[in-house]
Structure formats: C-alpha cells, structure tokens
Design a protein around this ligand. Structure first.
Ligand code: ADP
Length: 180
C-alpha cells in the first residue's frame, strides 16, 4: 500500500466536557498528521451533562489556535465517519491499564470493519494521567476547583450548569468517591 500524500486523522470521543488531557492529545496528534478532525459522538449511550452543540462550542473555543484541526459531530459508526471524511487514522488516548483493554477491543473490532484504517493510541502525558471528564464533572458539581484541569470557559460552563441546582445535576454525573 502506498503512503497517501496527505494523512488525515480523526480523534473521536464524547468530550463531555473537553478537558486538558484531551487538549494535550489533540495538540500532539495535530503535529503528526496533516489534518485532525476532533469528532464528537452525538448519540452516546452514557448520560451527558452538555448537549452536542455545547460540547462542540467548548471544543472550538479550546482549539481555535491549532491551525490544522477541525471539530465536527457524527452519529454513525466511527469507521464509517472516518471513511466519509477520508481519514486514514483513528487517534485515541491511553491513560491507564483499564483504558487499554477497551481500546484494544475497539481497535480490533474496528479493524475487522475497516481494514484500511489504522488505530493509533497516544500515551497520556503524566500530568493528565488521572484526568477524565467524569472526575472533572464530579469535582465541579461538589464545588471543587477545576482550574488546572479544564480551560477557563469550560470551568465557567460547568459552574453555570451546577449553579443553584444543589446536586440536581447528579443524574448526569457519575459519582465515584470524591464526596466521602
Ligand atoms: P473521558 O474518558 O475523559 O470521558 P472521552 O470518552 O471523550 O473522555 O475520551 C475520548 C478519548 O480521549 C479516549 O481515547 C480517551 O481514552 C482519551 N482520554 C480521555 N482522557 C484522557 C487523558 N487524561 N489523557 C489521555 N487521553 C485521554
């Protein structure tokens, strides 16, 4: 197989909301490929805090200074969407061992569906290894400071969502352990 002149990649995810771990993966992937599409899955199975449009607006603001990156939404299989936008590579981020199992299974399944697409995992940067959207939401919901974890506009959007709701956002935040 010959190497394409332009290598386009897609970074799919829920991004509910975008955090600094995602932004780090985008910045690093954008240096590796000619173009990167950050693709928001618009019909995920999990409960969400933000609408698709809100998630897209937050990503656009966070990534406005990365020149070869665009943000879009999709509702079909990731590999079908990758084909639609001519992406030859799917980028994912790897944090911990439990991420590996899921990413490995998804990559092999997707490879069956689309053998021409490659799946590449970038290791998390050490400072973001603990970050996930659920953790960030849980901290924000309980009034903690998320300033080092998300861009300021995302922190503001979360505090607006949780403002005066006294925990009524709980159905969209998976509580783990930070309140005990
Ligand atoms: P989250 O797991 O934070 O809810 P998503 O489900 O939207 O985020 O994940 C999109 C991709 O980003 C996945 O490949 C996920 O492993 C990766 N990712 C999420 N958080 C980080 C992080 N802190 N460092 C590196 N990659 C990450």
């Amino acid at each position: 197989m010959s190497k394409p002149t332009q290598v386009r990649a897609i970074y799919p995810g829920t991004f509910d909301p975008v955090h600094n771990g995602h932004i780090d993966i985008v910045a690093r992937a954008a240096r590796l490929f000619d173009h990167l599409t950050v693709a928001i899955y618009a019909r995920p199975l999990k409960n969400l805090l933000f609408t698709t449009e809100e998630r897209k607006a937050m990503l656009l603001e966070a990534l406005h200074d990365v020149p070869n990156v665009s943000v879009s939404t999709y509702r079909q299989l990731t590999v079908d969407y990758a084909r639609q936008i001519d992406a030859q590579v799917v980028v994912r981020g790897l944090r911990v061992i439990s991420d590996f199992e899921l990413e490995f299974q998804m990559a092999l399944t997707n490879k069956k569906l689309a053998p021409e697409i490659e799946f590449i995992c970038l290791m998390t940067s050490q400072e973001y290894a603990f970050l996930s959207a659920s953790t960030v939401k849980e901290i924000a919901m309980l009034g903690g400071c998320v300033d080092t974890m998300v861009p300021s506009h995302v922190a503001a959007a979360m505090s607006t969502k949780f403002e005066g709701t006294a925990g009524s956002g709980e159905e969209s935040v998976r509580l783990v352990s930070l309140r005990d």
